[in-house]
Design a protein around this ligand. Structure first.
Ligand code: 4AZ
Length: 696
């Protein structure tokens, strides 16, 4: 406590007027001379000030002043800066005068002054007063009635002051009171969207400057549509002095807008828009919300091409809209000479399309591929090769047949590919028909001994011809291969070393193959002279024992199949001992003469064990790869020059002639109790199929 005044005794002074400044947080104030009676004509003032954030609480422990009407003689006045808080006098309160009693006085601010005054006379002795004051904290959070000072979000009181804080997402403004948001960096690049004031539809933050940018490619025009719900603090006279929204669109500006009337629709005609929203540090308004859309100028309507369509189908297309042009099944989009499934065009900012609408061109299968040994005909008029046209393949009947056995009908599909129900896009092939001569033996001419073959009854019969003479026979397989005896194709080997070397094999150019032949030496009108280009000897061929006496000759060109030139079939294994077989050739007659035309015999297949036994007596081995035929009494037999020629039998089931054997060897020709020995083709069949690549 600091008494700045000094009670000086002054006899001549009528009034003692003193001012005491008190700045401590508590203190005691007493009337002059307390507890003795106070002097007359005295006046003293105590100015109490405490730090901001505190109030002053004053209470009287003792109060005893002269009483007067309305306290006009002696009194104690308590004042704040600009307000009289109380005037006290007397000992007890009356209707017109008050004493402090037990009541404490609290200052509205951090300042309080107490003035004591006594007049010139006192009828009695009055002891005055004894008062105490203390600084008390203000809970600004609870008490502040001043809107300007209240915290925007959260208030925190502490002794001597308070501070404000903000909800998550807000930051305290430099006024330390309002909560603002950071909203100056909002960029929208989508063609449409929604933008609203922070927290909409709740009150927007104070003291904030929000910037929303909508940036789109040049060519777009942005339209803003404000919602009806619109509430920005305004002023009845001044235009938007507190909070406002302003829109900048290129050189144009819209707004400021505030109040409760929505700006509605704003067509900016710009591809770049800035929306500025300012709020000051007061007010509770709900804000605004808008939807923006960006649309460009329209392009002219596009017509779909004939047999095509445009997607998506719209009444209008504007900048950046894309349409896909596609064609109906069987049609393709044709653009700049390139065909494709679809084509895309885009509406550009200058109101034109990026490309012209292409046309739809019908799929074209083009000229169908040729089929070797076959032909193709058109089933659709005008020989059309376009989508859904039909073609028909044929094979050269009766010499070739379709493999696999299909109708040969192909249709042009939507992809421009000739397609059949059975093979899809693959083509069949025309394979030679085997074992079906165009001529059959007349019943009258049944074979007794040997006899002239009838022309065209063994069209697979091949003559191996060298130095103007036939030297062996052979059989046509397919249209490119001859099967014959291996021993026909090499020189005689030394007896001591009968191993076959490639140098022992005769030259392909040293002989030729004649098909369609009948007469031995005279030319036939039906004959085809062909050159072998490759000799393939069976790998298991043994020259010494004639095991696997079989070889293949590849022709340098295909044989032309006709009534006199046709292949024989592979054996199917159905032949049995005793079955009748036909052997044909231009080999020697028994009188060592060459016949003047092709001869043939019909003989039964011999039991293998019997044949083996017969030849065992002669120290000759009849192995499993050999098959014998002939009659026990002899007579009908192959002979020198017939080697390699065919031994065939008719399969009654299929009506086709199949090759059972090739003429190989025997003891003499036509002798009694001897049989002709043939290479068993069935055993060479896997090798034949492998070398020739033929399956049937
Ligand atoms: C040969 O020398 C030959 N009797 C072929 C067959 C027969 C005999 C000899 C069978 O080509």
């Amino acid at each position: 406590m600091r008494y700045l005044w000094v009670w000086s005794f002054c006899t001549f002074c009528l009034i003692q007027a003193d001012t005491i400044e008190l700045t401590d947080m508590f203190g005691e104030i007493q009337s002059p001379n307390f507890p003795d009676s106070y002097p007359s004509d005295s006046e003293a003032t105590w100015n109490i000030s405490v730090p901001d954030g505190f109030r002053i609480k004053l209470y009287f422990m003792h109060f005893d002043l002269e009483s007067s009407y309305l306290c006009e003689y002696d009194y104690v006045k308590v004042e704040s800066e600009d307000q009289l808080l109380a005037t006290f006098c007397g000992r007890e309160a009356t209707d017109t005068e008050q004493t402090p009693g037990q009541q404490a006085i609290v200052s509205p601010g951090s300042y309080l002054s107490l003035t004591f005054k006594s007049d010139f006379s006192n009828e009695e002795r009055f002891t005055g007063f004894d008062a105490h004051y203390t600084a008390v904290d203000i809970d600004e959070c609870l008490e502040s009635s001043d809107e300007e000072l209240a915290c925007d979000h959260h208030c925190h009181n502490y002794i001597g002051g308070y501070y404000c804080s903000c909800r998550f997402g807000y930051i305290l403004h430099s006024d330390n009171r309002t909560c603002k948001v950071e909203c100056s960096d909002n960029l929208f690049t989508q063609r449409s969207g929604a933008i609203n004031s922070p927290d909409f539809p709740n009150s927007y933050p104070k003291s904030s400057d929000c910037l929303y940018r909508v940036e789109l490619e040049e060519g777009f025009f942005i339209t803003l549509q404000f919602e009806e719900a619109f509430d920005i603090e305004d002023h009845p006279e001044v235009s938007c002095p507190y909070d406002y929204i302003k829109i900048k669109a290129g050189p144009k500006e819209f707004g400021p807008f505030c109040g409760e009337k929505s700006p509605g629709r704003i067509e900016t005609r710009s591809n770049s828009v800035q929306i500025l929203f300012h709020s000051d540090n007061s007010g509770e308004n709900r804000g605004w919300k808008l939807a923006y859309t960006a649309i460009g100028d329209p392009c002219p309507l596009v017509e779909p091409p004939v047999n095509g369509k445009i997607e998506p189908s719209q009444a209008t297309y504007t900048f950046k809209d894309q349409v896909v042009i596609s064609c109906s099944t069987g049609y393709n989009v044709l653009k700049d000479g390139v065909e494709s499934k679809t084509f895309q065009i885009e509406c550009m900012k200058d109101r034109t399309w990026s490309n012209e609408v292409p046309i739809c061109k019908i799929a074209d299968c083009k000229t169908p591929p040729e089929l070797a040994h076959g032909a193709v005909t058109f089933s659709t008029p005008l020989n059309l090769t376009t989508y859904q046209s039909g073609i028909q393949y044929f094979c050269q009947q009766p010499y070739y047949q379709m493999v696999p056995n299909i109708t040969g009908t192909y249709t042009c599909d939507a992809k421009g590919v000739w397609r059949s129900a059975e093979l899809g896009a693959r083509l069949p092939s025309c394979q030679p028909v085997c074992g079906k001569p165009r001529f059959s033996r007349s019943l009258l001419a049944r074979i007794a001994n040997g006899r002239y073959a009838q022309k065209g009854t063994s069209p697979w019969m091949a003559m191996l011809h060298r130095n103007g003479r036939p030297f062996c026979g052979g059989s046509l397989l397919g249209n490119r291969w001859i099967v014959t005896a291996a021993h026909c194709l090499h020189h005689v080997l030394g007896l001591e070393d009968p191993v076959l070397r490639s140098s022992d094999i005769i030259n392909t150019s040293s002989f030729k193959i004649i098909l369609g032949k009948h007469r031995t030496e005279r030319t036939d009108s039906t004959e085809q002279q062909l050159q072998p280009q490759r000799i393939v000897i069976h790998p298991s061929y043994k020259a010494a024992t004639l095991q696997f006496d079989v070889a293949l000759l590849e022709l340098s060109e295909e044989a032309r199949l006709n009534d006199y030139v046709m292949p024989v079939c592979f054996p199917d294994g159905s032949h049995r001992t005793g079955a009748m077989v036909i052997v044909s050739g231009w080999g020697k007659q028994f009188l060592h003469r060459l016949p003047d035309a092709l001869m043939e015999i019909e003989i039964p297949l011999t039991d293998h064990a019997t044949c083996k036994e017969v030849y065992a007596r002669l120290q000759k081995a009849v192995t499993e790869d050999m098959i014998c035929a002939g009659e026990k009494q002899g007579g009908k037999d192959a002979c020198s020059g017939d080697s390699g020629g065919p031994m065939v039998t008719l399969n009654n089931q299929t009506g086709q002639w199949q090759l059972i054997g090739t003429v190989s060897w025997g003891d003499g020709c036509g002798l009694n109790d001897r049989y002709g020995v043939y290479s068993n083709v069935l055993l060479s069949l896997p090798w034949i199929k492998q070398v020739t690549g033929m399956e049937y």
